[in-house]
Design a protein around this ligand. Structure first.
Ligand SMILES: [Fe+2]
Length: 417
């Protein structure tokens, strides 16, 4: 489809410029953007909200939603009463119902990823480009939804540990931003609602449906409105997990496996704590044993540990969570990948050649002599529709089916007709 020249394309040139000049540096407003992500418009966001609200009503638990009336947070049992319903028919319909009850309200939902089955691929296309240019997040990205006729963000001027892309779907959205240097010099800004004298030092971003805004994690911000209705969803990319924490997590897994019971002991036997002079010279035997185990680690063991945890990390595709599905598998099930771009990841063990690890959605399963499961996963990743029993046969079939069920529970597969 031809697009008008005035539409901003998110092409390679854009991303290169974004990574160089804006990412974690300075805010950006993109007007009239051409992106598949804009398919996540008002109708789609309304559908997601109803899906997630229905789930909350079913579980009688509104976790993931927050509702503010005149800037005050409503109690959980009251939140369940004001969630969007199918009968509202649209975001505006929901707003009509709410505005007859409240003159100033704000609905926040930060768990829409859990139900974003249909449009997840659009989000992934966007984040894949972002990650390719700025790096894969060591924490994750998540989406948030902010809706209402509230005049100010209910928690005032604040800063988060994430860079934020905002996508308005109804109305005009205004964000007022300050640099971290200015906020540091003016601590009264923290959680402030009245900041007239600081307005001169701020930057105002104004976006409407079709536009995208971005601000770095260092930007202090608040949303402002004249009381008219707006709905905006955002992608927050968390930047608060340094590389060393990922390394520490991997090493922890390794220590769990290597030290076994000794690693779980909660007291340490000793002979002498220190000399009369206070000098500490003696290391308890437990440490000597741990040192011996660590010294014996092979390069393959270390590489396998890190590769396995990296695989687990990237199997979430850089998101906090990905949509899960309820599906009971049998050898007769005919299945395919839920999304052709969301592959089941796998690796061969570096220490035991007949052992394989498979990963999807933050779940890792392992299988020995997994030739059947490996062939099946390769066929699925190739885009094929498969009957499970044609791949999983013999003595390992039951165990491999169990492993495949875990990957399915994490959202890997869907049934094929
Ligand atoms: Fe924020």
């Amino acid at each position: 489809m031809e697009c008008p020249l005035s539409q901003k394309q998110l092409d390679q040139k854009f991303w290169q410029n974004f990574a160089k000049n804006h990412w974690e540096k300075k805010p950006l407003v993109l007007k009239n953007v051409k992106s598949g992500l804009l398919e996540m418009g008002d109708a789609e966001i309304f559908n997601l909200l109803v899906l997630y609200s229905d789930r909350c009503r079913e579980l009688n638990d509104p976790t993931g939603f927050k509702f503010y009336i005149d800037g005050f947070k409503a109690e959980a049992e009251d939140v369940l009463q004001v969630l969007p319903e199918k009968e509202d028919t649209s975001l505006l319909g929901y707003h009509e119902r709410m505005k007859s009850l409240f003159s100033d309200y704000c609905l926040v939902c930060d768990e829409l990823l859990q139900v974003n089955g249909k449009k997840q691929h659009l989000l992934t296309e966007f984040t894949n480009e972002l990650y390719r240019h700025v790096g894969f997040p060591n924490r994750f990205s998540e989406i948030g939804l902010y809706l209402g006729n509230y005049r100010k963000t209910p928690f005032g001027v604040h800063v988060d540990s994430c860079g934020v892309f905002s996508f308005p779907v109804v109305g005009v959205k205004r964000f007022r931003l300050w640099t971290s240097a200015y906020a540091k010099k003016n601590p009264a800004l923290d959680r402030a609602f009245k900041y007239d004298k600081h307005k001169k030092a701020s930057q105002l971003l104004e976006v409407k449906p079709g536009d995208i805004s971005y601000w770095p994690s260092s930007a202090w911000h608040i949303a402002e409105s004249d009381g008219s209705f707006s709905a905006t969803w955002s992608l927050g990319v968390w930047v608060d997990q340094p590389h060393k924490e990922l390394v520490a997590q991997s090493l922890n897994d390794l220590l769990d496996a290597k030290l076994g019971i000794a690693g779980a002991r909660v007291t340490t036997p000793f002979k002498t704590l220190h000399e009369k002079s206070g000098e500490v010279t003696e290391l308890p035997e437990a440490y000597e044993q741990s040192i011996a185990l660590l010294k014996n680690l092979s390069t393959s063991e270390l590489q396998e540990t890190f590769l396995k945890s990296w695989m687990k990390h990237i199997s979430l595709q850089g998101f906090k969570n990905i949509p899960r599905v309820n599906m009971k598998l049998s050898l007769k099930s005919k299945v395919r990948l839920r999304s052709e771009k969301s592959l089941i990841l796998w690796q061969q063990s570096l220490t035991k050649k007949d052992k394989f690890f498979f990963s999807f959605g933050g779940v890792v399963v392992e299988s020995s002599k997994a030739q059947g499961l490996l062939k099946l996963v390769k066929a699925l990743n190739n885009g094929d529709t498969v009957v499970i029993g044609e791949f999983l046969k013999g003595a390992e079939a039951k165990q491999d089916l169990h492993a495949l069920q875990s990957l399915t529970d994490a959202g890997a597969l869907s049934t094929a007709k």
